[in-house]
Design a protein around this ligand. Sequence first.
Ligand SMILES: [Zn+2]
Length: 444
Amino acid sequence: MRRRTYLRSAGATLLGLGAVGTAGAAGPDDRDVYRPGGPWPGSDQAINLNGFHTNEQLTRALRKLDRQSDRIALRKIGESAGLGDPIWEATVGEGDTSVHLITQIHGDEAVGTEVALKLLRDLAQGTSGRVERILDELTLTVVPRVNPDGAMFEYDVDDDGRDEWVGRRTNTQAWEEGDSRHRPYYHYSSPSGTPPGYDMNRDFNFRPPSEFDPKTDDEAEWWYVSDEGEAYLDVPQDGYTLRNSGLRLAPEVRAVTDSYFRADPDVAITHHHQGSYLVPDSGDGNKPPKQTIMSVMAAYGPTYRDRAPYDDPDAPVEDVVNPFIGPETSARSLRMSTLVADALAERGDSVFDSITRYGYATLWGSYLDALTPHTDAAGMLYEVSYQTDDRGQMALGKQMEATKVGFMTTFEALAEGTLDEVDGERYFDIPLHGEVISNPHASR
Ligand SMILES: [Zn+2]
């Protein structure tokens, strides 16, 4: 499954993670491995996604906001590869600090989109001092639902002759001879037997579109093809090798890349879901261990290499940390994740006091590692627990609340200039998420 790199295999074995999120994982990941042939809905448990907006409902809601409020600028930045559904970008605020936020690049990770829509509504209509301050100080560019194909993905889970709406990670897009020198490792069919697509958080490329088209400007010797036929693009850059780079084959990824460079952000946030994990050392004889409601991750550079969770002294630096993220930007990234963990912990002994850290290692095809160095943006990843194709909308309220507190706390701190007061070194005290809670239906 993994290739020759030092850390990808080490990280995956040590933590059993790599799943679902961005960091450390290369290609079809643990989650795909532990659920061969289909996700939880293969059990008797019905999956209900009715709490989420369909693509059509999302379009209607955004258009309505745009009509009702002159604070919102809405633009269609692209169409999904399979369904041809619109990809929207909404901008609000007129401040000097630019924030770029993307949600649901993995189609089965829907909570960020719901929260983004709520916040856009609050900022479009709100009259409080806090809303005013955010609008004055920040320009927020939001791409809610990068992956409309995955969001609406349907297939016949229970063999009853009808397709069920369950969502999935990838978009829906064929790879054809000539699209690129090789079919990249992150193009696959999951669930097996369904039309293939791209894991789009592996499809970004570090080199800007104006300088480089990875579909056509690659070199044969940059490719590594494993014995199993998995193909990886390793792009040389300033003496480094950016392993597992993406090819920008998905129109959705090209749209997000363009949106990013237009926004020229100081802060970049990407929202995901992960599996379910325990908070390490959280239980004792009297108390059961706690589940983590969410993991957070900062992207950072060599200044913090010695604190990186999967460091290996023999590994090239670019496999461990992002050499293009400087000390100042790294420090801001750490502060942002710490701020969010603090804000949730302040709610006392509740489900929210369970924030863990998603271990960072570079992933060169990802939004954060490929894009943030170009604008010195502080980068943050959210991973709320449970995929929507595993559990539908169960626990939706809690997932949304944790996300909303995180987003709003960040916007307020940026608007008020208080982010600098956070002690970012404490980021490394946030525990890495613990043991995985297995899917009870995984063996089916
Ligand atoms: Zn994800």
